[in-house]
Design a protein around this ligand. Sequence first.
Ligand code: HEC
Length: 197
Amino acid sequence: MQRQLISIPLVALLAIASGCNPQPDAAAAVKHAGVALSANVNNFKPSATLQEIMLSVIDPNVDPIWNSISTEVSAEGAIEKRPETDEDWATLRNHAVSLREVSNLLVIEGRAVAHSHANTSSHESELQAHAIQELIATQWPEFIQRAHALHDAANLAVEAIDEKNVDRLEEVGGIIEHACESCHSQFWYPGDKVPVN
Ligand code: HEC
């Protein structure tokens, strides 16, 4: 009995979806809704291009991590820069948490590589946006893996920061750099002779 009750609206829906509805406006509305639905299938509204994410979100969060540890040798001797105060560590943690999460922005489907007026190639080995877009589309599972590698490397940074372990954080800086490089050498300058792994 219950089955019968449910099947009535289903039949009505099928009639609309298969184009039985004679009103052109209604048919267009259904189609339009379908397009909107697929563009927002995960409720995302990806506005920034991949390039904007690199420049506006990734760089400003990774640079403070890379720059937090350094040794400068001058005439007066070596000046060592290390995170010291609780505030230093808290700031670094904010950046590492942001970097870890940004990796998820990279795997949102339907994101453009760059605006049409933007240039992604300042060296002959660097591809233009349309070529990058095509590579990402054809090697999507690997692109996701590269983004996840960045996530996992940034997670190691969060752990090192929680332990206030300077040596480990320095080491993790290299692991993060490798994660950037692995994706770039596959999708941005694949012709370059940089080892991928
Ligand atoms: C999953 C892939 C992926 C990962 C991981 C990744 N990038 Fe990128 N990045 C790209 C692609 C593709 C481009 C080329 C398009 C472009 O120029 O933005 C790019 C370009 C860039 C650019 C050049 C932007 C410009 O001026 O055109 C910078 C800077 C950059 N990435 C920084 C980083 C840093 C730093 C990391 C690591 C912390 C990183 N990226 C990790 C995919 C990635």
